[in-house]
Write a protein of this length. Structure first.
Length: 107
C-alpha cells in the first residue's frame, strides 16, 4: 500500500514542497516582513510536507506494524493537502451539482 501511495501522491507533494520552499526563499532575505504570520504558516506547512515525503520514502525494511497502522492517517493528511490545490477551478462545486463539503481537520 505504501508503494501505491508513493506512486500516487509523491510527485504532487514534491511539487507543492518545491513551490513553498521557493516562496520562503524569496521572502527570507527581505528585511521588512509584513506577512510574517503567512510566512510562519508556510514554514509549518513545509515541515509537514517534509514529514509526508519522508513517510512515503521509507524503505521496506523500516516498515513496522506501528507504521502500517498510521497509513490511513497519513493518507487522509495527504489527500487533505492535495485536494484544495488540485481542485482550485473557476467553476464552483455548486455549478457541478455538488454542495460544498466542509473541511473537517483530522484529529
Amino acid at each position: 500500500m505504501i508503494k501505491v501511495m508513493k506512486e500516487t501522491y509523491l510527485p504532487e507533494i514534491n511539487e507543492m514542497y518545491q513551490r513553498i520552499a521557493t516562496k520562503l526563499q524569496q521572502h527570507d532575505p527581505l528585511p521588512q516582513q509584513p506577512k510574517s504570520e503567512q510566512l510562519e504558516k508556510l514554514k509549518v506547512f513545509k515541515v509537514m510536507l517534509e514529514r509526508l515525503i519522508a513517510f512515503l520514502q521509507v524503505s521496506k525494511n523500516n516498515i513496522t506494524p506501528t507504521f502500517k497502522e498510521k497509513l490511513g492517517f497519513y493518507e487522509k493528511q495527504i489527500v487533505g493537502f492535495l485536494n484544495p490545490s488540485r481542485y482550485r477551478k473557476p467553476i464552483p462545486n455548486l455549478q457541478q451539482g455538488h454542495p460544498p463539503q466542509p473541511h473537517i481537520p483530522a484529529s
